[in-house]
Design a protein around this ligand. Structure first.
Ligand code: GAR
Length: 191
């Protein structure tokens, strides 16, 4: 068992399936991370109920505009080492990212730098590519542009629609996020 684990703060806005994949991975005693808290900007986020049932501390920060100082204070309070965006659909400002430099990561449903921004799966279908996937990357002020940690690819079939393609990508997202945390932990826990 790891005597020291990376403490994750997971930020969600909706379904939270990537968060669930991370929570499940953390149940393995050999996994090098644990979930310290789940934070959301959306009190109706489906993922929130899952985290509550798992007895993980959950916090709703629904202020508009997003109260970055409050989010920072919560992450500090829960001694978070790594902030994991998992379908968190709000922009984090540059001053927050500066404080958390190299400690905020995100999962995006495309092989970045292709198809940045919203509706990446739809963009891939429209572009007619025969391969797409997902990327776990560091978050920087410029959207979907920080360095890549890990990417998984999937084929795009001629009869795919938004649903079938999104599901295929989501399946590998869950694996990719877990493996990316392992890679980060290897570096962090060895230093
Ligand atoms: C995932 O497909 C994730 O890659 C995407 O939102 C979905 C969240 O699903 N994120 C983005 O598009 C960020 N630009 P989940 O709530 O079930 O994890």
């Amino acid at each position: 068992m790891h005597d020291k684990k990376i403490r994750l703060g997971i930020l969600i806005s909706g379904r939270g399936s990537n968060m669930q994949a991370l929570v499940q991975a953390c149940k393995d005693q050999d996994f090098p991370a644990k979930v310290s808290c789940v934070l959301t900007n959306n009190s109706c986020a489906a993922g929130l109920r899952f985290a509550e049932n798992e007895k993980i501390p959950t916090i709703v920060v629904a202020d508009k505009p997003l109260d970055i100082c409050r989010i920072h204070a919560i992450l500090v309070k829960y001694r978070v080492d790594l902030v994991c965006l998992a379908g968190f659909m709000r922009i984090l400002k540059a001053d927050f990212l500066e404080k958390w430099k190299n400690r905020v990561i995100n999962i995006h449903p495309s092989l970045l730098p292709a198809f940045k921004g919203l509706n990446a799966q739809e963009q891939a279908l429209k572009a007619g590519v025969n391969m797409t996937g997902c990327t776990v990357h560091y978050v920087t002020p410029e959207i979907d542009s920080g360095s890549t940690i890990l990417q998984y690819s999937v084929p795009v079939f001629p009869d795919d629609d938004l649903h079938t393609l999104s599901e295929r990508i989501l399946f590998v997202e869950h694996k990719c996020y877990v493996e990316a945390i392992k890679l980060i932990a290897k570096v962090k826990l060895c230093n």
